[in-house]
Design a protein around this ligand. Structure first.
Ligand code: NAD
Ligand code: ZN
Length: 378
């Protein structure tokens, strides 16, 4: 038998994340700079809620930069991140006669971003797209890193593609219209990135949270937080673009899942109805920190800093009534396990993660940690 090796140099694509107040008004200029000179059409994918607020401005800016525009609005909500919506989005791109040099703009939160990005990855085997994220979660997390996906009957985000945007345009003014719970959810993800990213990022996030009310209305501080968060995410992504399964070091992309193992179980046992994803991450981080403390990987002070930060982020829906047995059995069916074992992201200390295989954790300790965290009434 002969073997021929196909060598592909996978290039980590370079792109700019622009952050500032009012940037949707300059979306067209950003698209011009990021796209090829042959780009003629831009297809905006959004939803009714976001489009009503920011659609007209985005289209105006794109047209002023010489693009022909088309737009299409998907349903609002996680349940619309589906095969059916994806198919409808592809039909829209085809009806809009997008060519390979044209582009999609995802205008909205993570749901719109993931679906529009996936549609762009599939249409004509991949066309350019830009992210214009309008939730805090999307601005600091989902719009950066090139993961796109839809949900289906057997789980969330299990079908998707890595497809990087050509640019990310973050208009910090969009945060002003965000519902309170969405803000809390986004702030929890900021805490998560600080917790695994580094003391400096955690402390910047903490300071922001301490004067949350003023800071949210201060364009400079908001941009500073978002930029620091994006810089961290971009650095992790650049070092481990495809989230290599073999990696379990403290800089692997997997550390971004801190708090997520329990969060996914909480979302699942409540049928995705009680928690916004980021809120579940709030509880999940506390459970992971509790586990780290009980395993003597970290000390109690870090758990307290984390708890204080999460409290400042906003009120989380209760979790103390959820049976830990059900959470544990949901964890056992976790689809993101490797070789049948969950990889736990724990904290050695604030700013440094450690990945531990579930075989190294006694079920008793896990159960006790979950129970303690969920009853902490955050
Ligand atoms: N691709 C990734 O790397 C990645 C990372 C994290 C999360 N995600 C995905 O992101 C999704 C969650 O994203 P999300 O939290 O942004 O939720 P979302 O997109 O559902 O948005 C939350 C709500 O806020 C509304 N909204 C958005 N922007 C608004 C604004 N400026 N003003 C008022 N309302 C606004 C939306 O219409 C929606 O009702 C999940 O599907 C998750 O899987 C992806
Ligand atoms: Zn998350």
């Amino acid at each position: 038998m002969r073997h021929v090796r196909v060598r592909l140099a996978r290039r980590v694509e370079q792109y700019e994340i622009a952050i500032g107040a009012g940037l949707l008004g300059e979306l067209g200029d950003h698209a011009r700079r990021a796209l090829s000179p042959d780009a003629r059409r831009v297809a905006v994918i959004s939803n009714r809620t976001v489009f009503k607020l920011y659609g007209a401005g985005a289209l105006r800016s794109l047209r002023a930069a010489g693009f022909e525009t088309a737009h299409w609005l998907m349903g609002d909500g996680e349940r619309f991140k589906s095969w059916r919506t994806l198919e409808a989005a592809l039909e829209f791109l085809s009806a809009a006669r997008l060519e390979r040099t044209d582009a999609v703009v995802a205008l909205g939160g993570g749901v719109v971003g993931d679906l529009a990005g996936f549609a762009a990855a599939l249409y004509l085997r991949g066309i350019p797209y830009l992210q214009a994220p309008t939730t805090l979660l999307a601005q600091i997390d989902s719009s950066v890193g090139g993961k796109t996906a839809v949900n289906n009957d057997w789980g969330k985000n299990l079908v998707g593609a890595f497809h990087h945007p050509r640019a990310v345009v973050i208009d910090t003014e969009t945060i002003s219209t965000l519902p309170r719970r969405e803000l809390t959810a986004g702030l929890c993800e900021c805490i998560k990135q600080g917790a695994v990213g580094g003391r400096k990022l955690f402390e910047l996030t903490e300071r922001f949270l301490i004067d949350k009310r003023e800071a949210l209305n201060d364009a400079e501080r908001l941009a500073e937080l978002i930029a620091a968060q994006c810089a961290f995410k971009a650095k992790i992504v650049a070092g481990d673009e495809l989230e290599a399964v073999s990696r379990s070091d403290s800089r692997s992309r997997r550390i971004l899942n801190f708090g997520h193992t329990i969060a996914h179980a909480l979302e699942k046992v409540t049928d995705y109805k009680r928690f916004r994803h980021g809120e579940a991450v709030g509880h999940g981080m506390l459970a992971a920190a509790e586990l780290g403390k009980r395993l003597e990987i970290s000390d109690g002070n870090d758990l307290e800093s984390l708890r204080a930060a999460i409290t400042l982020a906003g009120r989380l829906p209760r979790a103390d009534d959820l049976p830990s047995s059900e959470i544990l059995s949901t964890l056992a069916r976790d689809k993101k396990s490797v070789g049948g074992h969950i990889k736990w992201i724990l904290l050695e200390r604030i700013g440094r993660a450690r990945i531990l295989d579930s075989r190294e954790i006694a079920p008793r300790t896990l159960r006790a940690s979950i129970r303690a965290a969920l009853h902490s009434n955050i």
